[in-house]
Design a binder for this molecule. Sequence first.
Ligand code: 1HA
Length: 270
Amino acid sequence: REWTKVKNYQEIIFERTGKIAKLTMNRPEKHNAFTPLTIEELIDAFTICRDDSTIGVIILTGAGNKAFSSGGDQSIRGNGGYVGADKIARLNVLDLQHLIRIIPKPVIAMVKGWSVGGGNILQLVCDLTIAADNAMFGQTGPKVGSFDAGYGSGYLARVIGHKRAKEVWFMNHWYTADEAYAMNWINKVVPLEQVEEVTLEWCDEILTKSPTALRFIKAAMNADTDGLAGIQQLAGDATMLFYTTDEGKEGRDAFNEKRKPDFDQFPKFP
Ligand code: 1HA
């Protein structure tokens, strides 16, 4: 497969091969710990993927074989968040979590090595996770004076169960890829040297499916978890489809032509 670079960034790599995009957190010297800039760049790249109708599936991964991500970069943690060049303390990874949830395309985490803290929550909010057999999962928040009481707790509890989620957060143990698999935390474990090949095979398979069907399934499952904000996404997809129908267009056209709409011509399905 041939990879082409889509855009240049400082702390991530954004490449694509065919309809598959790959976003790589690229700070391997710190196990891909993220800064506000890493997150800003990921949000930009995910937004490009969202708008580009020739991209059907997105892989999120970390550079090298040692880590997916070790979470927020503790060396730039300031008063109230992580501080970048603009000196503003931010928790902008929360915006990225939300974007990964609402982007209407499958996002697959490809995890090699450490998946820790806020990095592990990024893996969690991806739709699917394929891990190398050297992957290691864990939350460190209470050890380092942090916590994610949003998706990192509530959604984690939905995915692995309340008892296990509390164990993860109270004990801050490490879990191997096989243990994480047994907990339903991730979808598949493969030998390190095959992880990219298998991830790309999953992408290829997904790309043969109806994108609209996948979009609705993702929105529907999120709606069940995300309350009214989740229903809003699902509802937005319904509006999008309705706008493509003759019935929807009749309302628009009647308004623009200053006449009464004729909705009688359209079928009322049982
Ligand atoms: O909880 C949140 C949030 C919650 C709500 C809203 C927003 C949030 C945003 C972020 C977070 C968090 O992510 S909190 C959790 C932050 N992360 C951690 O506590 C993990 C810290 N790292 C480790 O425990 C270990 O590095 C490790 C178990 C992942 C790997 O250990 P290992 O293999 O022994 O490597 P190590 O030598 O520790 O790491 C290699 C280099 O990377 C070290 O630098 P060096 O001594 O070579 O100069 C190490 O300091 C650096 N490094 C690793 N992780 C981080 C890091 N530097 C900064 N921040 C890191 N997270």
